[in-house]
Ligand binder design. Structure first.
Ligand SMILES: Cc1cc2nc3c(=O)[nH]c(=O)nc-3n(C[C@H](O)[C@H](O)[C@H](O)COP(=O)(O)OP(=O)(O)OC[C@H]3O[C@@H](n4cnc5c(N)ncnc54)[C@H](O)[C@@H]3O)c2cc1C
Length: 508
């Protein structure tokens, strides 16, 4: 028996890997790109490696963490920057030697610091009631924040959209200062037009009461702010190229440069799919099990005439946000490290920085040096950045060609005091279409699409765009694992509930 899997991102590869490990079903993965990893890939440019947005490996799902560790073992010896900075690492005591200085195949343990950049000053993320915040905003602004918070406690709004969701929890002033700008850059529409579901998924556990509590328990504040994550030595994509290697070794197939062109339905099943290979030839494939991580809008379009008209309309109007990262290699940054964390050349210690400045399009900045020292060819003397932009087909940013886009990004970086042009050595640009499935457009009728897809007995939608759900890698992977469980006759679980129900968000 065989399974067809559309997409070689984390979800598709996991489905293939799990089938090979746990059954006799042979997977064939169909991938339109010439690389694996989907959005979670890494690209090399002149010896420097970058992700499409830095990808933090963090999960509360033990199954997913076990899988990641199986593919890339966790370091037990210090990485280059641990050594240079004499940093202690909690995993260093284990017996097995996994030395990032001597082997590439390993998972690094990293400390996370990410802050908000607003008015050319740094603020904690999530925001804290610290002396830095008070001095940065000033007493008058702090007073306004406090009063507007009190008002939001008395006059509750219905949690019907993201703006109300934020104001109910933080007050209008704090929302305007630290949430509105970045969120609207990300989604391209006012927060009042975005479903509150996004906030519920993303700002879990952050509230004014928590901020105040942390102020009085200073030690705890430090640990929640500087939490940790794992990261492959050579970038996020290393995890998935390693997984792909194992799939091939175990007898699975991955067909790159191959796209799905048509999906033929008959009697509540997918009868066959038509694929197009790189040489332009078309082939028909049939299978008992078809996993799809391709965007729902595309999936429904490929199914053609047999789809009910309403479902077609809803799918056509699903919205996605695209993403561009302008990579910049520089001698140094203009902003310097004023924290207590030691860094090489006094580089800011952040892995990424949220840009809350109003007068630029830039939404976030990655400092790849702080993800893994092995991403940067000349780690000791250069800084490797990703300047990130979110946009949509047809909007103003979409019409800028790559050369002008790079220029705009550099101008903006200089304008907000991040960098000086004279220090820039190299630039490159990458685009990720459909990077973010949006919770607006026709999303409020998404249940109708879901109900239709559930009628197709051999279809297994998985992943992020495959389920139009704002999933991180872990939940994307979990949807594939649970789908394989369902095929292999384990107790049935509804894969659509992943990352919506409490049990899938907590330790499982
Ligand atoms: C900027 C950014 C930062 C992120 N940061 C993090 C992070 O820090 N931590 C984290 O856990 N997650 C992060 N994520 C989320 C993570 O990237 C996704 O959850 C993950 O990649 C989803 O995996 P997937 O397999 O579902 O989909 P994808 O990665 O989108 O893979 C789907 C694959 O299907 C292929 N495909 C689509 N249509 C077809 C077709 N018709 N024929 C053939 N192939 C097709 C695509 O080419 C692609 O390779 C981030 C995402 C973005 C955009």
């Amino acid at each position: 028996m065989q399974a067809i899997i559309i997409g070689a991102g984390p979800a598709g590869l996991t489905a293939a890997y799990e089938l090979l490990k746990r059954s006799d079903i042979k997977p064939i993965v169909i991938e339109q790109n010439d690389f694996v990893g989907g959005i979670s890939t890494s690209r090399e440019y002149k010896g420097n490696i970058a992700d499409f947005g830095g990808h933090r490996f963090f999960t509360k799902q033990k199954r997913v963490f076990d899988l990641w560790k199986e593919i890339l073992p966790i370091q037990t010896k210090p990485a280059m920057d641990d050594i240079l900075l004499n940093r202690k690492n909690v995993f260093l005591k284990k017996k097995k030697i996994i030395d990032p200085e001597k082997q590439d195949n390993c998972f690094l343990y990293r400390k996370r610091l990410s802050r908000i950049y607003y008015n050319q000053k740094f603020f904690d993320y999530p925001i804290t009631l610290s002396l830095n915040t008070i001095l940065g905003l000033g007493i008058f602004r702090m007073g306004k924040i406090f009063l507007s918070y009190l008002k939001s406690c008395v006059f509750k709004r219905p949690d019907t959209n993201l703006e109300n969701f934020f104001i109910n929890r933080f007050g209008s002033e704090l929302y305007q200062t630290f949430f509105k700008e970045y969120t609207e850059k990300l989604w391209g529409v006012p927060c009042s037009q975005i479903s509150a579901e996004w906030g519920a998924q993303r700002v879990k556990g952050v509230s004014i009461l928590k901020i105040i509590k942390e102020f009085f328990h200073h030690d705890k504040k430090e640990t929640s702010l500087i939490d940790a994550f794992y990261y492959p030595k050579l970038g996020c994509g290393q995890m998935y190229s390693e997984m792909a290697k194992r799939i091939l070794e175990m007898g699975g197939e991955i067909w790159l440069n191959t796209s799905v062109e048509k999906i033929n339905l008959s009697k509540g099943k997918i009868k066959n799919i038509i694929i197009k290979k790189q040489d332009g030839s078309l082939h028909e494939l049939t299978s008992e099990y078809i996993f799809s991580s391709c965007p729902i809008r595309t999936l429904i379009r490929l199914m053609g005439e047999k789809v009910p008209q309403d479902v077609k309309e809803i799918a056509k109007n699903l919205v996605y946000r695209d993403f561009k990262t302008v990579l910049v290699l520089a001698n140094q940054l203009k902003i310097k490290n004023k924290t207590k964390f030691k860094t090489i050349n006094n580089l800011v210690p952040d892995c990424w920085i949220y840009i809350q400045e109003k007068n630029v399009h830039m939404g976030r900045v990655q400092v790849f040096n702080n993800w893994s020292p092995y991403l940067v060819k000349d780690f000791k003397n250069t800084v490797w950045l990703g300047l990130e932009y979110f946009y949509q087909k047809g909007d103003a940013l979409d019409h800028i060609n790559d050369t002008d886009f790079i220029q705009m990004a550099i101008d903006e970086a200089e304008k907000i005091g991040l960098i000086e042009k004279k220090d820039i050595l190299e630039t490159a640009i990458y685009t990720v279409p459909k990077a973010y499935p949006a919770y607006f457009g026709s999303y409020d009728r998404f249940e109708e699409i879901k109900a239709f897809l559930k009628t197709i007995s051999n279809l297994y939608p998985i992943g992020r765009n495959g389920m139009h759900h704002y999933n991180n890698m872990d939940h994307s992977i979990l949807t594939a694992m649970v789908s394989v469980d369902n095929i292999l006759g384990k107790k049935y679980q509804d894969v659509w509930l992943i990352n919506t129900e409490k049990k899938y968000n907590e330790n499982a």
